[in-house]
Design a protein around this ligand. Structure first.
Ligand code: NAG
Length: 213
């Protein structure tokens, strides 16, 4: 019982010291309750503008090792992270060999990261559970020529307008000199820590069914 009580007190202290757990970017959308894991995951994906994609490397010197690489994305409220990528990119070469990857987000990376994430605030730290972190895992899908292409353009144009100058939004793909094209992650699982008590695992059905962020 003592352990339960101290865990509860720790959780309450965390709630008090972090007014807005994981508020990366203002979207005008209320932050879901920390216990509503599927909605919280959807809200993070809706709110954040970049993450780290991890692939199984095909680079000769590190073949088979995980390889992480920051990538811009936007989901436009669909739950599908859309991104603009080039076949010249090491991660995309990996994905052409093996489409399985993950996309990791931390509330600490936002411009208005909450105090729960900030060591300067005393208790905060990117590894502090109330500093939300999310790892999506799924499959890489090229959306060129699919009905989702326009959805992906609209989502990315709203938050990453510079991608237009890279040729990302050209219908038919093969944008610019780097052959940029639009793709998405078809999400299989969301792994979330946004409070004390361990990770929550949300399956694809619950993730996509969650209240739209
Ligand atoms: C991107 O957004 C701007 C500003 O709203 C708009 O003028 C432009 O037509 C959009 N581009 C595409 C490709 O949708």
């Amino acid at each position: 019982m003592a352990g339960t009580t101290s865990t509860l007190l720790l959780a309450l202290a965390g709630l008090v010291t972090c007014q807005a757990p994981g508020r990366p970017r203002e979207t005008g959308v209320p932050v879901p309750a920390v216990g509503d894991h599927a909605a919280y995951a959807r809200w993070m994906v809706r709110s954040m503008t970049w993450g780290t994609m991890s692939t199984i490397s095909t680079q000769a010197s590190i073949a088979g090792y995980p390889f992480g690489n920051p990538v811009s994305f936007a989901d436009g409220g669909t739950g599908n992270p859309y991104m603009c990528v080039s076949p010249l990119d090491s991660s995309v070469k990996d994905l052409q060999a093996n489409p399985k990857f993950s996309l990791t987000l931390s509330a600490a990376q936002g411009q208005s990261a909450p105090a729960a994430c900030a060591p300067e605030s005393g208790r905060g730290d990117p590894e502090n559970p109330p500093c939300a972190r999310l790892a999506l895992t799924g499959d890489f899908v090229d959306v060129t020529g699919s009905p989702e292409f326009n959805t992906a353009v609209a989502a990315l144009n709203a938050t990453h307008p510079t991608l237009n100058s890279w040729g990302c939004f050209q219908a038919g793909g093969s944008g610019g000199s780097h052959g940029f094209f639009l793709a998405k992650m078809a999400v299989k699982q969301a792994w979330l820590i946004n409070m004390y008590g361990g990770a929550a695992v949300v399956d694809a059905a619950d993730y996509y069914a969650a209240s739209r962020a």
